[in-house]
Design a protein around this ligand. Structure first.
Ligand code: HEM
Ligand code: HEM
Length: 130
């Protein structure tokens, strides 16, 4: 399966999870998880969807290894971030414990941006075969 499609599917799964959490917050009138919800919707759904579009439009001939590394960096970082935020804002784990994990997850998500930026910049330098 192509990476743009994988990003699209992951993004839509996060839309489902994030909206589910949003509906749960609205139903229980407890918005304690609004930061988790916001990041699932934005880092999980919106950013994944934007990456899918970037891969589809600008990274058709991307270096496969770098692209797979970028995909897993973003997806693993995001998943760890969402679980970490859920545990933190749900009061299941203290900040002292989950904080360093969230720091690592954030760094992974940021690395995903650096990698895709590098790929987009270098892709522009490859002559268009068409
Ligand atoms: C089924 C759909 C959705 C439901 C039921 C829902 C529900 C909620 C609720 C209850 C809050 C907390 C509001 C508050 O702080 O008073 C919230 C916040 C938020 N939602 Fe959603 N939401 C939905 C879809 C979305 C979507 C599609 C996005 C973005 C793509 C989104 C992004 C956000 C953000 C960024 C916040 C944080 C806002 C802030 O704290 O200033 N939500 N949502
Ligand atoms: C490395 C990744 C990121 C880190 C470490 C991070 C960290 C944070 C922190 C610490 C807050 C404040 C939470 C609080 O009020 O207690 C926050 C809020 C927020 N962030 Fe992020 N963020 C990241 C990525 C993003 C991205 C990519 C987006 C949008 C595409 C985003 C959108 C938001 C929004 C909308 C809020 C307000 C949420 C609310 O009040 O419910 N964040 N973020």
């Amino acid at each position: 399966m192509t990476l743009d499609r994988k990003y699209l599917i992951c993004g839509l799964v996060y839309a489902l999870a994030g909206m589910g959490l949003g509906i749960f917050m609205a139903k229980t009138a407890n918005i304690g998880q609004h930061v988790t919800h916001a990041h699932i919707m934005l880092v999980g759904f919106a950013v994944s969807l934007i990456y899918a579009i970037i891969y589809k439009l600008w990274l058709v001939n991307a270096n496969r290894r770098l692209a797979v590394l970028q995909f897993f960096t973003h997806q693993v970082g995001s998943l760890v971030m969402f679980v970490g935020l859920f545990l933190l804002y749900g009061g299941y784990m203290p900040e002292a414990q989950i904080g360093p994990v969230l720091g690592l997850a954030s760094f992974a998500v940021l690395t995903g941006v650096v990698l895709i930026l590098a790929m987009v910049v270098t892709a522009g330098k490859v002559p268009n075969p068409a």
